[in-house]
Design a protein around this ligand. Structure first.
Ligand code: KIV
Ligand code: ZN
Length: 507
């Protein structure tokens, strides 16, 4: 079963582990995040489409709006089971039942510190409440998940007693939460092993990331035999967040050979959707989905990857597997092999001397802290190799954009396309969207905007901005281009026009 490199002999891991996603519940508790109703429905659809088994859609008792959202998600009739969270009180469970959920997830604090300071109940009272609330849930719905909150800081013998009570009362699965993220992977493995040996109920795990151990602890719990993992997209969640879905799934699938049923090729797309809705950008170095995961800049690495991709990539996880793409990037570490390969892909064959000059120019720009795109590379190469391009296929002549608080942002564009004048107008969600749609409306070929990134070069409202985009042509090839200036809309337009001319040139 094991496919990667893991040094252990005593695994109790299941061959299949199911995925419980709590992006819409714990993820939404990330400070500063509030998904809209439509966004929550869209995320739920996406989660079901990629094969998540259980979606924790929210905490219905927390507000009327939350209850309406959970009910609406259930009404979508998705392939995933829909779960609602409830404190161990009947009113909370009733709120879940009103939403017609498939599973109710009841929790109660069990560590002394949380029990005494949040619900002020004795250990014995918690056992009684656990027993009663699970019976109540099971009288109304088939699936009941029970969580002894702060399990990892709960006295071990008492935790076993709580879990046995829950199993006896009818819990269909017991979740072991590392609520404040203080467990170590070996501690988690010992804890789960002990519970698994002493409690007759399937187990699930929910790890917080306060020390950056959420994914490692989740995997340790899988090694010890949990049959389900709780995760969120992009690791969203309270404080430092929860275990990240993409990382947890890829470790299970690629390293351990455990089946999860998740459509891995949609992981990047899902991460980007949630990043857009949450406003939390994905760091380039984020495992699995980050921009840099399959990017190679340094000479030695690019050279190796050009010869054999597995030299400097895991191999058991490829860009295709997770819906990513491999890129040779141009920066201060770029080597001759990578530049030659990129130019050769565009049918440019510089002499050795010309190549040296091109590489030096690329490094010089990169050393000034600027990202060098393919469009920049071709311009440098054209001038170094003395190639004269007769004309640019897309020559922007005029652009006018109107926006305001009482109007739909509208853009009108006049451009020469292959020396013929075209005019087009479009509306959009904002001025950038309208401008880009107006330009794409003129281009004869089908071009899709795949990525759009904007960064301010310095603080302040007069900051310079740098826009980088990736577009896909009708053959599925991706092209990067950029634009910069002091106007966000015009910099975005410049990036798109550069990309269009780049595609035309490649063709
Ligand atoms: O972190 C936690 O303990 C929780 C529970 C509600 C499971 O989110
Ligand atoms: Zn949590």
């Amino acid at each position: 079963m094991l496919r990667g490199i893991a040094f252990f002999t005593d695994s109790h891991a299941h061959e299949e582990v199911t995925v419980f996603d709590t992006t819409l519940r714990d993820g939404e508790q990330t400070p500063g995040i509030a998904f809209t109703f439509e966004q929550k429905l869209e995320i739920a659809r996406q989660l079901a489409n990629i094969g998540v088994h259980v979606i924790e859609a929210g905490f219905p008792a927390s507000s009327i709006a939350e209850k309406e959202t959970v009910a609406a998600i259930k009404k979508l009739g998705l392939r995933a089971n829909i779960c609602g969270l409830a404190r161990s009180v009947k009113a909370d469970v009733d709120a879940c039942l009103d939403c017609d959920v498939d599973m109710v997830h009841v929790f109660i604090p069990t560590s002394d510190i949380q029990r005494e300071n949040t619900i002020n109940k004795t250990r014995e009272e918690v056992l009684v409440i656990t027993d009663e609330i699970i019976h109540y849930v099971r009288d109304h719905v088939n699936q009941c998940m029970f969580s002894p909150m702060d399990a990892t800081r709960t006295d071990g013998d008492y935790l076993l007693e709580v879990c046995r009570t829950a199993a006896h009362a009818g819990a269909t699965i017991i979740n072991i939460p590392d609520t404040v993220g203080v467990c170590s992977p070996s501690g988690m493995k010992t804890l789960i092993t002990r519970i698994a040996h002493n409690v007759n109920c399937p187990l699930d795990v929910h790890c917080h990331n306060d020390f950056g151990l959420a994914v490692a602890n989740t995997i340790a719990a899988v090694e010890a035999g949990v049959s389900q993992v709780q995760v969120t997209i992009n690791g969203l969640g309270e404080r430092a967040g929860n275990a990240d879905l993409a990382q947890t799934v890829m470790i299970m699938e690629s390293i351990y050979g455990i089946r999860t049923g998740i459509k891995k090729e949609r992981l990047v797309e899902t991460s980007r959707l949630v990043s857009r809705f949450s406003g939390i950008t994905i760091p380039p170095t984020q495992p699995v989905v980050g921009e840099n995961v399959f990017s190679h800049e340094s000479g030695i690495h690019s050279h190796g990857v050009i010869k054999c991709t597995e030299t400097f990539e895991p191999g058991i996880m490829t860009p295709e597997m997770v819906g990513h793409r491999r890129r040779l990037t141009l920066g201060k570490h770029v080597g001759r092999h990578a530049v030659r390969q990129m130019l050769s892909d565009a049918h440019l064959e510089p002499s050795d001397a010309q190549l040296d000059v091109i590489v030096e120019k690329v490094k010089a720009i990169a050393n000034r802290g600027k990202r060098v795109t393919e469009a920049d590379l071709y311009e440098i190469s054209d001038s170094t190799m003395g190639i004269e391009l007769n004309h640019k296929m897309f020559d922007l002549q005029d652009i006018a954009i109107m926006t305001g608080n009482h109007m739909i942002p509208t853009a009108s564009v006049k451009a020469q396309v292959n020396n013929k004048e075209h005019v087009f107008s479009a509306v959009g969600n904002g001025p950038v969207d309208a401008a880009l749609k107006a330009i794409l409306g003129i281009v004869p070929a089908r071009i899709q905007l795949k990525e759009f990134n904007i960064e301010a070069i310095a603080g302040g409202s007069d900051a310079m901005c740098h826009v980088t985009i990736a577009v896909e042509d009708e053959h599925g090839h991706i092209f990067d281009a950029s634009g910069s200036g002091d106007d966000i809309v015009l910099s975005s337009v410049e990036a798109l026009v550069n990309a269009i001319n780049l595609i035309n040139r490649a063709q």
